[in-house]
Design a protein around this ligand. Structure first.
Ligand SMILES: [Zn+2]
Length: 342
């Protein structure tokens, strides 16, 4: 595939019409496999045209993947899911819809690679962050810079740090008690609030690089439509077995945990499911929940990774490399560093 692509060093500015061709969903994403024991209402929604998702309602807002906020203004259809079975049926419906959608388009169009369909690209590929003073440790400040350098040296995107007074949309970093998360993409609406990157002491350099990937506009590798061809996910029998194991290990509310695991593994819609799948992508989760050590220990002791490499049957380790060549490819296609060799 790469032999057909020519790296163009000159920066190509994409017209604003392309950048704003999809509406923005003001979404926040979490890197922490957030597991909650609260019971909330769930809905199947259609939003941003034909995109669909099973969401959880918390304080009148719709969330996906634990910490992804969906703007209700873009929601066109809502069906409440009253029972766990209704939730599972709706997740199957969403996954099969996403799997069929990937067959619709294979054209490689600059500005339309593996960016979430709900996200918008940053004008001129300049991604702005504001880091408040006296908020983060020197180690964390160093990771902000190293993560930015990683994207800046390997891709055509420019991550830059600006003052709070800098005009226009920017992502403001916040210190939080747990987890690592970030809004996805650029907010193009006039007068929109700024984005947020939430950082806790559990975040490491890979987390910073990963969250910046969300800021640029990417979702998770394991939630691409292509993931269905490369990963083996739990079967219904596996979920039943996990339920029994969790009960036997004194884990509270196993049915809620299983429902949230399923919700976090929904397939996500992307503009174009290119490049080829990559297990080492910095946007890939590992096969184990990260922030719930007890749950992770129980799953590991029972050899029950959430997903496995479909070809080797092996678990997927947490990425350690940083931005891989394919991560760079999809970024550069989205932000038009490549021109297709005709
Ligand atoms: Zn993430």
């Amino acid at each position: 595939m790469l032999s057909h692509l020519k790296i163009k060093l000159a920066f190509l500015i994409i017209g604003l019409g392309l950048l704003t061709s999809c509406s923005n969903d003001n979404i926040t994403e979490s890197d922490n496999h957030e597991i909650s024991s609260e019971s909330e209402r769930h809905y199947l929604i259609h939003f941003d045209g034909d995109n669909r998702k099973v969401v959880t309602e918390i304080d009148s807002n719709y969330y996906i993947y634990g910490d992804v906020l969906v703007d209700k203004a873009n929601v066109t259809y809502v069906r409440e899911l009253h029972t766990d079975d209704e939730v599972y049926t709706a997740i199957d419906e969403v996954n099969s819809f996403m799997a069929s959608e990937k067959k619709m388009s294979i054209a490689l169009t600059p500005g339309q690679s593996n960016i979430w369909s709900g996200a918008t690209l940053w004008p001129n590929g300049i991604v702005k962050f504001h880091i408040p003073e006296d908020t983060f440790s020197s180690q964390q400040m160093s990771w902000f810079k190293q993560a930015a350098d990683e994207w800046n040296t390997k891709t055509n995107v420019t991550i830059t740090f600006v003052d709070r007074t800098d005009p226009g949309y920017k992502i403001i970093a916040e210190k939080v008690k747990s987890g690592c998360s970030c809004t996805v993409g650029y907010e193009s609406k006039i007068g929109a609030r700024n984005g947020t990157m939430r950082i806790s002491d559990t975040c490491d350099l890979i987390s910073f690089i990963h969250e910046m990937g969300h800021a640029i506009g990417f979702g998770h590798e394991h939630q691409r439509p292509k993931a269905l061809e490369y990963l083996t996910f739990y079967s219904e029998d596996d979920y039943l077995a996990l339920h029994r194991i969790l009960l036997g290990n004194g884990i509270r509310n196993p049915q809620v945990i299983i429902k949230l695991l399923k919700l976090n593994l929904q397939i996500e819609s992307v503009h174009n499911d290119w490049p080829p799948y990559e297990y080492n992508s910095v946007m890939h989760y590992s096969s184990w929940p990260r922030n719930n050590q007890h749950l992770k220990n129980v799953m590991k002791a029972n050899d029950m990774p959430l997903f496995k490499n479909k070809f080797t049957g092996k678990e997927i380790p947490r990425p350690s490399y940083g931005i891989t060549p394919k991560d760079a490819d999809k970024t550069n296609l989205a932000y038009s560093r490549f021109t297709l060799e005709l």
